[in-house]
Design a protein around this ligand. Structure first.
Ligand SMILES: [Zn+2]
Length: 659
């Protein structure tokens, strides 16, 4: 039994760039943090889990301009994508911060002023090669003769500007000492070594303001400058705790802060950020952990290849827990990994349906059949033999092993450890052959076996909870346990612990097995549809088609659509959107009322040959009988309504039928 004292655990994801379309990378970081946060909450640590979005910078400014919106309007619109995804993926964050919130802006400005006063920020001038899309100056050493950005491969611009600098060089020795004393403050080890050699190679002062963009947090007292987006973003970790106001959030959580990041942003978090924290007199992060990147079926993920893994789609197709399980189990946490749907399908069938699902199913079936769903009492365990003891000992060892694996953020190892217990549970059934005991009437022995299995499952549900929370709760309920598995405090992490008589309630199968052949066909069809959309889209995202019910040709034939010429367009009194249109259909004249006044002037309409649905039931608008309806395409772009009349060539005869 693990008797470690509880502690504090404040965990953050990076803040995601708000205009990104959320993909597996965002999902992975956040799911990993969620599993860790749930683990620590459950074991009684004072836990806080923060995620959020980065809303400032040139790219947002440009994207908003393109869409005819203000930057904040764009942010307000797209932030929903992240909020929705976290809901779908069952993310238990305690807070969600946006860098455009007042609580954040105030802290950034406070922070800037106090470091300026202290002399750790000073004004100078900066000149260098700048990448506009990446919003960063690229160091000379990383630039080739082509003068392209090493990250995005686009041309760099030579720029010079007045800038504020942070005295990063001053903290070089302090950083080296800090990390020499705390070798696990950066994980995995390869990242620690990388950061240490970077620091030792010499740190230069860091430009932390820009005059080249407007969409950012103004430098207090010098508003031509905005705070460099990277600094702005890093500060979210402390502004979300209400720094510098003395308060419970800051005092409780900051001392235990751990940052989860992708390996591409390790330097910001393990070099710049700790130095800045030292400058303001706060402790550097207890740990910065950098996880790896995903490829997709062996390929780099890219929009143009159409292989970007959409976490919404994966959760919808396979279920949130299966997706969570797969990404956490598949790859040693910290390494790069490869995502494949066939891998996901196999893990569902083997680990989830076969191993975990069967253990629960077999156990409950036997308790139902031989004991009328009533669990034998704790005391049955007093008669355990060596087979039973082995499973019990393994379960107890699993608790301790997973605790230390989770301390090291070794999420994949923790899951492997748990599945060893699950496998041992299934083997225990094969070894003890409870169905024979049932037939032979060996009542005492059967009690011990059923009780042992049930207990192994109870502990498995607790230990699985941080990773697959919904499934763990379903197991919990089927085992006949009251309340929430999340509330199973550390004191229940022991063998043979139940307070009251238990009746099991077998429910639905945890994970239905996927039929590999059928799955293959469906996957091929989905891939084909995606590639078709890609071919049709030429760079722009495929428009979301509205869904309509299918109709037969006979349904369509009921529509009488004809070519009509507009002879006159009269504004309708007291209805600023309506025209009274006089139409010539060749064989007759008629009047229709139409709401297109804000889109066309009368002179633009007269003489036009349009399409009219003629056999629509007549209706009255403002006392005018309207007989028919004109056809028009309708759209909304950047918040503006657009209308285009369906028309035919000028010399086409009126009255003609449309098929
Ligand atoms: Zn670039």
């Amino acid at each position: 039994m693990n008797e470690k004292k509880t502690g504090g655990f404040y965990l953050t994801t990076p803040i995601y760039y708000v205009n990104d379309v959320p993909h597996i990378g965002h999902a992975y970081t956040t799911i990993a943090c969620d599993a860790l946060a749930r683990w620590h909450r459950m074991r009684g640590d004072v836990t806080r889990f923060l995620t959020g979005v980065d809303e400032h910078g040139q790219k947002i400014e440009q994207a908003a301009e393109k869409r005819g919106m203000t930057p904040i309007q764009l942010c307000d619109e797209v932030v929903i994508n992240f909020r929705r995804l976290w809901k779908v993926l069952n993310i238990s964050n305690d807070d969600f911060i946006r860098t455009t919130e007042d609580r954040h802006i105030e802290v950034v400005q406070y922070f800037f002023s106090s470091l300026l006063k202290k002399g750790d920020i000073y004004k100078g001038s900066y000149e260098g090669w700048y990448c506009v899309p990446c919003e960063t100056y690229v160091p000379e050493g990383q630039i080739g003769d082509d003068h392209l950005c090493p990250d995005c491969k686009r041309p760099l611009t030579r720029m010079s500007e007045e800038s504020y600098f942070f005295r990063l060089s001053k903290y070089q020795d302090a950083l080296i000492k800090h990390y020499e004393e705390r070798p696990d403050a950066i994980m995995p080890r390869a990242r620690y070594n990388e950061v240490m050699s970077f620091i030792k190679s010499g740190l230069q002062d860091l430009s932390i303001s820009r005059t080249t963009l407007k969409w950012g947090i103004p430098v207090p007292g010098d508003e031509r400058h905005v705070v460099y987006v990277w600094l702005d973003a890093l500060i979210n970790y402390i502004s979300a705790l209400g720094y510098p106001k003395p308060g419970e959030l800051w005092e409780t959580h900051w001392p235990s802060v751990r940052h989860m990041v992708g390996k591409d942003i390790i330097r910001f978090h393990a070099v710049i950020w700790p130095a800045i924290l030292m400058a303001i007199g706060a402790n550097p992060p207890v740990r910065v952990f950098a996880h790896g990147w995903w490829t997709v079926e062996g390929d780099k993920m890219s929009k143009s290849k159409g292989n970007v893994v959409d976490p919404f789609e994966m959760a919808a197709l396979y279920g949130t827990d299966a997706f969570r399980y797969f990404v956490l189990r598949e790859v040693p946490f910290g390494n790069d990994g490869d995502f494949s749907e066939s891998g996901l399908m196999h893990r569902i069938n083997s680990d989830l349906a076969n191993d975990m699902g069967n253990l629960l199913n077999r156990t409950l079936q036997m308790i139902e059949k031989y004991r009328d769903s009533r669990l034998p009492a704790d005391s049955a365990l007093d008669r355990a033999n060596s087979l039973d003891d082995t499973l019990r000992d393994l379960a107890i060892k699993t608790l301790g092993d997973m605790d230390s694996e989770m301390d090291n953020f070794a999420l994949d190892s923790a899951l492997k450890t748990l599945w060893v217990l699950v496998g041992a549970g299934n083997k225990y059934i094969d070894d003890t052959e409870p169905w024979k005991l049932g037939r032979e009437g060996s009542g005492d022995r059967l009690d011990v076996v059923l009780r042992t299995l049930w207990d192994a499952l109870r502990l498995s549900a607790i230990l699985a909870y941080p990773f697959i929370p919904d499934t763990a709760q379903r197991i919990w309920q089927q085992l006949g346990l009251p309340g929430e598995v999340s509330g199973a405090g550390h004191q229940s992490w022991r063998w043979g612990k139940t307070d009251s008589p238990v009746t099991v309630k077998k429910g639905d199968v945890l994970f239905p097995r996927l039929d590999a052949a059928k799955w293959g066909e469906e996957k091929a069809a989905r891939d084909e549809a995606k590639q078709a959309a890609l071919r049709g889209e030429s760079g722009a995202p495929a428009p979301q088609a509205e869904k309509f019910a299918q109709i037969g040709i006979d349904d369509f034939k009921k529509l009488e659509i004809r070519v009509a010429k507009i002879e006159k367009a009269e504004p309708v009194d007291k209805a600023d959107k309506l025209y009274k249109l006089y139409l010539d259909l060749g064989f007759e004249k008629r009047v229709i009322v139409s709401g297109i006044r804000e889109f066309y002037k009368p002179e633009e309409l007269v003489g036009k040959k349009i399409l009219v649905l003629c056999n629509l039931k007549p209706a009255k608008f403002r006392g005018i009988e309207s007989r028919g309806m004109l056809l028009a395409a309708e759209a909304n772009e950047s918040g503006r309504d657009l209308i285009s009349l369906a028309a035919v060539d000028d010399d086409f005869p009126v009255g003609a039928l449309v098929h």
